[in-house]
Design a protein around this ligand. Sequence first.
Ligand code: UDP
Length: 328
Amino acid sequence: MTAIGGSTSGDRVDGTSRRVLVTGGAGFLGSHLCDALVARGDTVVCIDDLSTGLESNVAHLIPTGRFELLVADVSKGIDVPGPIDLVLHLASAASPPDYLARPLETLAVGSEGTRAAIEVAVDMSARFVLASTSEVYGDPLVHPQVEAYWGNVNPVGPRSVYDEAKRFSEALTMAWHRTHGANVGIARIFNTYGPRLRPGDGRVVSNFLDQALGGRPLTVYGDGSQTRSLCYVDDEVTGILALARSSITGPVNIGNPTEITVLDLANRILELTGSSSTVEFAPLPVDDPTRRCPDISLARNELDWQPAISLDDGLSRCIEALASGGRH
Ligand code: UDP
């Protein structure tokens, strides 16, 4: 394990003490969460094996003295000395091409990694927040998706390495809660986008932006009639932190309920970037969900949370970040 930066103290700016463990904290969403935690005065211990995360996503936090990066694979166990008040468990590949390229690692991090993370939380009497996913609904037969819906997942299809790992993570989290009274919250995260997505990482927004700005054709899979509901990363972060602050177990959908077809998204990105790229159709991946949209009534009512950033605004912020060469 390599340690970069140091943060032994958990003293907060307001005098109280809070030290947060973020697994997968050097990834796209994890690094934005680390930013928000450090900005509010917390001390962060980030564990990431850098398999899909990047040190450059969090390098700017090291000089704060409130941030430490431990390069390690959480599925092999977690060894963090000192107190922890909150565990945010995000470690996992999240982009379909990434998790399809690492099927066994994805299952290991969802099972052994989640076990290790929740054991830290229980040992430290800390709250544990699981980053689960809308993928637990599979190709949903209920629309929009409510938390009470059990989903429609192919347990032996290629995507199952991610879907079932996350479903297992939820089951494990609830078992610890029921058996040991662990203080847990489960966030079902819907498609999230923003600066720091690895350009062309396989996810739809990263691919389309990269292609539009590079003057290459936008690769629409299938006929583009499948839908997604895209949440800007700052909104996703405030939703997850609202769940962390609460005592709600959930699961709770955290996503933006504005639904759009993939083809409309491609056209929106062409318009916002002013790109003259064309649209090219390619085969639909196996078991690609045909539609996805969160019902966020629970988050609205129980967490007083809802997204505030529109798709056009969020995409414009991404384009600006890419154009300025910065990824922050
Ligand atoms: N998609 C696409 N072109 C791409 C990447 C993705 O048409 O270059 C489609 C994909 O088939 C899916 C949707 O966009 O229907 C969202 O894909 P993504 O990989 O971002 O996330 P998913 O929701 O499938 O996990």
